[in-house]
Structures are given as structure tokens and as C-alpha cells.
Design a binder for this molecule. Sequence first.
Ligand SMILES: [Zn+2]
Length: 395
Amino acid sequence: MVGVNDIRDINQTVFLHLIREKQPISRADIAKITGLRAGTVSTIVNRLIKNGFVYEGTEGPSSGGRPPKNLYINSETFYVLAIDIGVTDSVYAVSDFNGRILQQRSLLTEGEPTKFLNSLADSIEDLVSKQFPRARFAAVGVSLPGLIDRETGSIVSSPNLEWNGVAVREILQGRLNLPVFVENDANAAAFSELWYGPLDEASIQTLLFVLVVEGLGTGLIINRELRVGPRFGLGGFGHMSIDPNGELCSCGRRGCWETFASERATVERFHRVTAKQGLPFVGIQELIARAKNGDPMALESIKITAEYLGEGISNLVHGLYPEAVVIGGNITAAWSIIEPILHSRIRSKYVVAPEQILIRPASVQRPSLFGAIPIALQNYFKSATSPHTLAATKR
Ligand SMILES: [Zn+2]
């Protein structure tokens, strides 16, 4: 029966998304949009109401019969903390149950991991005590690159962060006194599309997310569920080797997809040429800005990345046939440059109607941060613990 529970847990998150976007919305509307049976819809809605996440009210003149009962999000009953730990910087945010980010702060990811996680907790406590002193928090969602042990919430190995065996959940839970749920960043990014993606894609069942950051990760949605795999999760396709004689990857192997298509690869490609001319190092954002302004070297660097991205996606599309491929990361700021290359790469090799596959940039700016919100919510629904007052833990 685990499967059934899982589906309900996931549907609670999807329902919150629908209600958030469409409120006021009736149960019948939800059934129509999701294609779920009325009985299933009611079971899930009743649970949301019982837990205080959603309330039911009537609105508008009745046309004679029973007035329609509409559903609304109890957006300020509880809050959620989302944390996105990146290789160079980390961001955390306070979100309401509408998934709306109310406050956001960032800090550099630096120093020894335990020390860093403690200063992150200091910063969160400072923000919460000043700006949300009376708020009740349901849970914390954390997203970071690497392999995660889902039983302990520890990071097993993150070649890009250079963190190994770090007890992320234990450390943050100890400090924040809230349930903490840790997820791989590309998985969180994929999940962000279920929650923040366009509603006209609500019928899409299978989605491949390609997160292009310092490294490169993928997340997979199948049947509108995030495919997380076993205890240590799926490695994703970022470390799929596409050239066994290629460059050494952070994972220890050679020629992984990320050594060709990640931000780091793009910047290094550019820098290999410019360094010879004695020009200073530039970051990915500056590089993209230059490419858009027509700097030929920057443009070339981005275009080559797009070729490799397209090449990898072409292989995955061939095997997985997702309905949508979504790309996240700074590279999407150069969408007008990369889009035609992606399409031509995917089209050139694909044997089945590739035009049916939607390829688009992510729906939100930092998808791994936004994805941490529904990750926290979904796991919170599963564990059904009662909300906490964060500020109380410090005193
Ligand atoms: Zn690798």
C-alpha cells in the first residue's frame, strides 16, 4: 500500500499547486484538470482541509442550485524554509504555503562543511527572529549537488562541493529544530516544474530536467512523480561518459557529459583562448552577456556548450522520450542562442517525431531553490509532523 500513500502525498503537493494558481477552484475543477476520480479528489482535499492547509468557502451568486464550494489556500498558516546549497553561493528563502517566496538571502558557500552549515543556520535564525518571529514552520527543504543518503539525509559524496559524508539533515535539524528534507539539486529543480510550471502543461506526465550549474545534473519526472530511485538515489546523467578519453571529471572518470556542457566547462573553454591573450578570467554571467553582445569568442563558447547539451539530450530523448525537456541554470539567459542549436541537434538524429517534444527554459530563476519548497511540503505531508516555531528553539 506504500504506492497508494505515495501517490496521495504527491497529489497533495500537486493539488496545492493547482489551488494556489486557480483559487477559487472547486473539487470538480480539480478532477477535470487532473483527470483523477471525484472520490480520490475528495479524499485528498479533505486531508488538506483537515490539516489546515486549505479551506473551503462559497463565493459568487448561485444559479439556483447548491452554491459551489470553492477551495482556497490557507497561505499564512505555516511557512516553509528552502535552502539551496550551490558550489559558489547558497541561497535560502522563507516561503508561504502558496509557494511564494517572502524573503530570500544568500551567502558564499565556503569553509569546512559543518562550520558552513552552522553559519547558515545562524543566518536563518537571524532572519526568522527579526522578520518572522511568530511564524510557524512546517519543514525545511534542502537542495544540493551530489549523492544523498535518503535515510539519514547526509550527503554521501559531492565532487563539486567537495563534501563527503556530511550529516546535513542532522546538523540543520539540530540547529533549527524542524524536520529537514535533503534532495539532490537536479531532482529539486525537476520538482519545481510540477509546482511552478505552466498549468497548460498539467497533462504532461514525463519531464526531463537538465540543470546546468558548476556541474550538470538531471532530474526525471515520470507519471508526474519525481523519480528518486533507491536509498542513495539516482546518479543522473551528468556523469554519463561521452568520451572515455576526455578530460578528467570531478567524479574521477573521464569525459563525463558535465565536462563538456556545464558552466565550468563553458567558462574554461572561453578562458583557454582568452588567457593566451592575457585577458582576465570572467564568470558565466559575464560570458553570456558578452555572447549576447556579439563577442565572437564568448558566442563560440556558448554555442559549443549548446552543441554538447543538445547531443546529450538527443541521446536521452531517444531512450526516455519525455514529453518535455526543461533546462535550468544561467545558460538559459542565452536561450535565443542555444535554442536553435538544441533543436537541430535533437532533430538531426531522432527517428520519431521530435517536434512533439517540448524544449524550454525553466519556469523559475533558481529552480533548485524553488524546488526545495515542494520537496519540503511533500515530505512534510508524508511525515505529518506538527509545525514548529523556529524562534522558540533559540531561546
Ligand atoms: Zn563525472
